[in-house]
Design a protein around this ligand. Structure first.
Ligand code: TA6
Length: 305
């Protein structure tokens, strides 16, 4: 694969290839394992995605952070011998297309069914992950039914966002939507106003709306737009669950929130042979830092005096 000069193919560890992007509009890292966007930092911004300092970088293991691609099922499988959140996030994808544009880089990775996948999920498919990385980040999971029979899948772009303190953020865009709190009963509840995080939150919202995370500590807003999705998950493990996750420091729960673009619950996807579905998210960050006022003494007698 001929790579543009702004992309380097490195090895995070032997046999674990990653693409390192250094474009004027953004830097980032994409692992071929799981087609996993691990890092994204738009120019003039702090890193947007959270990566656990204890993340496991090992074939066959999910990465705690970045944007895990969860498919063809979301959450645990009824057969506990099968991996949670599907198998594509723990398999090696292959290059499909890579190009540099004035706005950033476009990377497309591909994964199709194999004897290994069919042993876990007995259907033929072709998946492509489209990544456009620049001042914004667009990620699209395109799934095609290449089988001779219909199949139904669920999935998610399970994005981890860095925040200054999860206890101080406010999440807007979900007011008035119904949600199920997975830790409690399956009853649906209405979201009343913005969401604040003051306990473990693991909620599946029936929503096709964009979500805004207002982060007063980092003085920025994260905007999570989406298409091809009628469900959004908001998750933070809080204190107790964090101690049960070996790939997350016990004291790391304040450092991130997951806002996930999902097809799950009542929003699973059934495709006839030959049909395609795109699960898409666009991430934007807006700084709220006060720009320094121009020093009037420097205005001089220029044309704008
Ligand atoms: O998306 C929320 C969730 O389903 C939580 O229940 C929690 O399990 C989280 O995903 C992380 O899942 P993982 O398999 O990556 O540890």
């Amino acid at each position: 694969m001929n790579l543009p000069s702004c992309i380097q193919l490195l090895e995070a560890k032997p046999g674990y290839p990653v693409l390192h992007v250094q474009h004027r509009n953004a830097t980032g890292t994409i692992a071929l394992h799981g087609a996993h966007v691990m890092e994204w930092m738009p120019a003039h911004s702090d890193p947007v995605l959270y990566m656990s300092p204890q993340a496991v970088i090992e074939k066959g293991k999910p990465i705690r952070g970045g944007i895990p691609v969860c498919w063809p099922w979301f959450g645990p499988h009824a057969d506990s011998s099968k991996p949670a959140h599907g198998f594509v996030r723990v398999m090696m994808w292959e290059f499909d297309r890579v190009r540099e544009t004035p706005a950033g880089v476009d990377v497309v990775l591909r994964l199709a069914d194999s004897p290994e996948t069919r042993a876990l999920w007995p259907f033929a498919f072709e998946a492509r992950l489209h990544i456009s990385m620049g001042l914004e980040l667009e990620v699209g999971l395109e799934m095609t039914n290449t089988d001779t029979k219909p199949w139904t899948a669920s999935g998610a772009l399970h994005s981890y966002f860095s925040v200054g303190d999860v206890r101080q953020i406010t999440i807007h865009g979900l007011h008035g939507t119904q949600y199920v709190e997975s830790r409690l009963s399956p009853d649906k509840r209405p979201q009343d106003g913005p969401l604040v995080i003051d306990q473990e939150v693991d909620r599946l919202y029936a929503s096709d709306a964009a979500v805004i995370v207002d982060d007063p500590v980092m003085q920025r807003e994260l905007r999570i737009e989406k298409a091809g999705s009628l469900s959004t998950v908001v998750w933070n493990p809080w204190i107790e669950k964090s101690t049960r996750l070996s790939d997350l420091p016990d004291d790391a729960y304040p450092d991130f929130v997951c806002v996930e673009t999902v097809n799950a619950g009542d929003d699973t996807v059934t495709l006839e042979p030959g049909e395609t579905h795109l699960l898409f998210t666009r991430l934007c960050v807006r700084s709220l830092k006060e720009l320094p006022m121009p020093d009037p003494s420097l205005s001089g007698s220029g044309m704008f005096a």
